[in-house]
Design a protein around this ligand. Structure first.
Ligand SMILES: Cc1cc2nc3c(=O)[nH]c(=O)nc-3n(C[C@H](O)[C@H](O)[C@H](O)COP(=O)(O)OP(=O)(O)OC[C@H]3O[C@@H](n4cnc5c(N)ncnc54)[C@H](O)[C@@H]3O)c2cc1C
Length: 400
């Protein structure tokens, strides 16, 4: 089958890898508008469930991803730079640049043709393709060409956010909330390599205007944010894009859904099909799970529309719960000032509870405030992760 993936993000590259792995005779091309090694955004977080999926589907790239990822084993909530209640739970982080490099190397090794600096206007450039995967991100041009067919809905979030990097090393996944005369502003930050952290800063639109961000230039924006968060950044600078690749814009989150996921032989995948608010850190995982699902359906069904129907049905169902959680989380962050509590632990619980938590999460949160119990929980989590990693390794060895 001749397959073209438009967009060399996690969705497109991972799908290309799986398509080639399922049938080496497939002719797979990925076209990407950026030059090789260039991407927007810094590090992304993920959890063991993604590693499980990666190992099950391509142990080679899974090993590289795990080896390059940074592990964090606690979360902290800083309110006005003062107190830092702990939220439990470990996770991983990896730079987008590194992730894409790993996937591109693996794809090329399997025989995928990756063409960079190739900006696709519409699917008509690929008349010889039997399948065109529109994995060109949230602002997908391929999707926009057939917006009526896909019945795309775009809902804009009320807050402003900006995705920055910093060389302040946040070893814990850190939420920091600062009060300014113009209102509350906050970030979440985490280290994703030896000396770089992601720092996603967010505030309400009114606060953003009152702080003057609507008139400040890119350099002044960073300086003002560094001053607001000086307690957390400890003198370290903020940066716009990796390797000075341009300015990060202030954006509103766009919640994208589609009534239909394919049109003839053009199928949506990843952010082109759906977005989930960045505060639950799941978009990359979902993009990769889309890729896994489509590859499986193509193996199971020779008839393309049947495979695409099965893919759409499976992914739509799988997304329901996580989209709901993402929506609740986005709404929580749009109403941060109403949750601010003089008791930082109670505030941390409200933050933890934003996606709907159980009574156990409250007990765990209280336990995490005591260093000895926190240490015990950390050991428990590490042992569980170790056992899970051993199981993955065994499964991967069987597959190789
Ligand atoms: C602030 C922020 C923080 C986030 N943090 C996390 C996180 O911690 N964990 C997580 O899992 N997810 C996170 N995400 C979400 C995650 O980045 C996306 O969900 C994920 O990248 C989707 O992958 P994709 O391949 O569908 O799209 P993308 O990664 O957007 O890739 C699309 C690719 O298509 C290319 N392209 C676009 N148009 C064209 C064209 N016309 N021709 C050719 N190429 C084109 C683009 O250059 C891009 O490389 C975050 C998102 C944001 C905004």
């Amino acid at each position: 089958m001749r397959i073209v993936c438009v967009g060399g993000g996690p969705a497109g590259l991972y799908f290309a890898i799986l398509a080639k792995r399922s049938n080496a005779r497939h002719d797979v091309t990925v076209v990407e508008r950026n030059p090789a090694g260039v991407t927007q955004g810094w590090g992304v977080v993920f959890w063991d469930d993604l590693l499980d999926d990666l190992y099950r589907n391509d142990p080679v790239s899974a090993r590289w991803i795990e080896k390059n990822a940074t592990r964090w084993d606690t979360q902290e909530v800083h309110l006005r730079s003062e107190s830092a209640p702990h939220l439990g739970g470990p996770g991983f982080a990896l730079g987008r640049e590194r992730l894409l490099d790993i996937l591109a190397r693996r794809a090329r090794g399997l025989g995928v043709d990756i063409r960079y600096q190739y900006d696709v206007a519409d699917a008509s450039a690929f008349t010889d393709a039997e399948l065109i995967v529109a994995c060109d991100g949230a602002n997908s041009r391929l999707r926009q060409r057939h917006a009526n067919h896909f019945q795309t809905q775009v809902e804009e979030g009320r807050n402003k956010f900006i995705w920055l990097g910093t060389n302040q090393v946040f070893d814990a996944f850190t939420f920091a909330f600062e009060e300014t005369p113009a209102g509350w502003i906050w970030f979440h930050g985490y280290r994703f390599d030896r000396d770089t952290s992601t720092c996603v800063i967010e505030c309400q639109q009114e606060t953003w205007e009152a702080l003057g961000f609507d008139t400040l230039g890119p350099g002044e924006t960073l300086r003002r944010l560094e001053a607001i968060f000086q307690g957390q950044l400890k003198g370290h600078a903020l940066f716009h894009q990796p390797r000075g690749l341009g300015k990060a814009p202030w954006l509103h989150f766009q919640r994208i859904t589609n009534e239909r996921w394919y049109h003839d032989n053009v199928v949506l995948m990843g952010d082109a099909a759906h977005t989930t608010h960045f505060s639950i850190g799941s978009g990359t995982k979902l993009a990769i799970q889309d890729a896994i699902s489509l590859a499986q359906k193509l193996r199971a069904h020779d008839h393309l529309p049947t495979a695409l129907d099965a893919y759409e049905e499976e992914r739509r169902a799988a997304l329901l719960a996580i989209q709901l959680a993402a929506h609740s989380s986005a709404q929580w962050f749009e109403n941060v000032p109403s949750y601010i509590d003089p008791d930082a632990t109670r505030f941390a619980y409200a933050l933890l509870n934003r996606r709907g938590s159980s009574v156990w999460s409250y007990l765990l949160l209280m336990a995490s405030q005591r260093p000895a119990l926190r240490g015990a929980l950390r050991t428990l989590h590490s042992s569980r992760q170790w056992i899970r990693a051993q199981r993955r390794d065994r499964e991967a060895a069987r597959m190789m």
